[in-house]
Design a protein around this ligand. Structure first.
Ligand code: THU
Length: 165
């Protein structure tokens, strides 16, 4: 017997900035500011990510490239490296991502790459808390409830049958 399963998800699309919550707007601005600190001489694609922790604290990160390409790191992982290193007990609740080229902030909201999705999934599994994902374009914003939407059937610690410390 073969079963066909279906996975779908909904996400919110905001056409103007004004419809967003003040705290989400603030997080988007933090991500945009962080993109200004990117070190992206090879791609010329500057990405900023800002994470809001449960306490309200904002931690941000930018992409940092390297002449040895795989040694670079994306903005999202840069931000999580900082938040987990400095505030391990303060659980991330939202991440905002923004990207910039020579023409300014991208019209299209930029989705996280596969590696970053896996890292966001690990962080949800580490903390037991969903992380809302805000993808910010120049005017359009997408809001996704949690990483399960972007990374269904994900591999995580449950598959390793490791008990959480
Ligand atoms: N990049 C990010 O920082 N985040 C993403 O989710 C997508 C890609 C960076 C990696 C690289 O420095 C540049 O954007 C071009 O791929």
């Amino acid at each position: 017997m073969i079963k066909t399963n279906n996975i779908s998800f909904s996400y919110k699309e905001y056409e103007t900035f004004n419809d967003l919550d003040e705290s989400d707007r603030e997080l988007i601005f933090a991500a945009r500011n962080s993109a200004e600190n990117a070190y992206a001489p090879y791609s010329q694609f500057s990405v900023g990510a800002a994470i809001r922790l449960e306490s309200g604290t904002i931690v941000s990160g930018a992409n940092i490239e390297n002449a040895a390409f795989p040694s670079g790191i994306c903005a999202e992982r840069s931000a999580f490296a900082s938040s987990i290193s400095n505030y391990p007990g303060d659980k991330p609740s939202v991440i905002a991502i923004a990207a910039k080229t020579a023409d300014g902030f991208t019209e299209d909201p930029i989705p996280p790459c596969g590696n970053c999705r896996q890292v966001i999934a690990e962080e949800e599994s580490r903390t037991g808390k969903h992380i809302r994902i805000i993808l910010s374009g120049k005017t359009k914003t997408l809001i996704i409830d949690n990483i399960g939407c972007l990374l269904p059937l994900q591999f995580n610690k449950k598959n390793l049958k490791v008990t959480h410390p």
